[in-house]
Write a protein that binds this ligand. Sequence first.
Ligand code: CP
Ligand code: NVA
Length: 306
Amino acid sequence: MTRHLLDVDDLSGPELNEVLALGTATDPRPVLAGRGAALVFEKPSNRTRNSTEMAVVALGGHPIYLRREEVDIDGRESAEDVARTLALYHSVIAARVYDHRVLQRMADSVSIPVVNLLSDHSHPLQAIADLLTIKAEFGDVEGRTVAWVGDYSNVARSLAKAAAMVGMGVRFACPAGYQPGTADLEVFESLGAPEVISTSDPGEAVDGTHVVVTDAWYSMGQEEEAAHRRPIFEPYRVDDDLMGLAAGDAIFMHCLPAHRGEEVTNSVLDGARSRVWPEAANRFNAARAAIEWLVGQANLPGIGNR
Ligand code: CP
Ligand code: NVA
């Protein structure tokens, strides 16, 4: 059966470790030699588009970037027919979509891997890049904790799952109405998190933690909520005082793009504890590793044989 990566827990714990190992390897196999990868973006991107395109190149393949208006999923033709068409020419489909169910429908329609490049629900390649960054910093991460401050976003969900899968505790400090639900907290426990805390108090979540993470207060597609959200999230800005409550060796991470002065101060983002640039660099390693692993699992049709 074809394996897809719609969220990080589509992988088992051991499989996630295999992907992480590929992410630190310096000898990617040319598993996409002579093959294409279709990269569909319904939303803007800097890191994801560039890191995934270059990952496909590193694996010997040819990426084709498709903008929303070119394929117009469920407008010009259905998500299923878009995916079936792309699978005739490509060996991987990767997509950034507004509605996660679109990705699921695409995955259900084809027998080549489908990779989530960010949906309203999850951002698995970001989570894998984040784990690569955390492991590069601390080595053995089991028993350490990640504190998420701000909006419980797509990025938060995937990172918490990934952290739980490698034995890290997860803590959330989010305002009421923007917190993880009980079902998600139970998922993190079932995936192996030794500690799961959800609070509205940033100081409680950050106290003694090893990794402090935040994201924009409003995600792509939520821009019209910005004015409403800003005063609600004001107490959740990551600043030097908040970082001072974390462990002495704690690091700060952010998937970027950052809204400087909103969810994080310049002094934290550009400060000694910030790992946002190694984190962004690891987006390439994560994409390369995940696609190499998925293609390695797949029984792809031969070139000229579809
Ligand atoms: N972190 C991330 O996904 O960045 P882009 O939106 O620029 O791809
Ligand atoms: N939560 C953000 C992440 C951007 C990489 C968004 O969805 O816009």
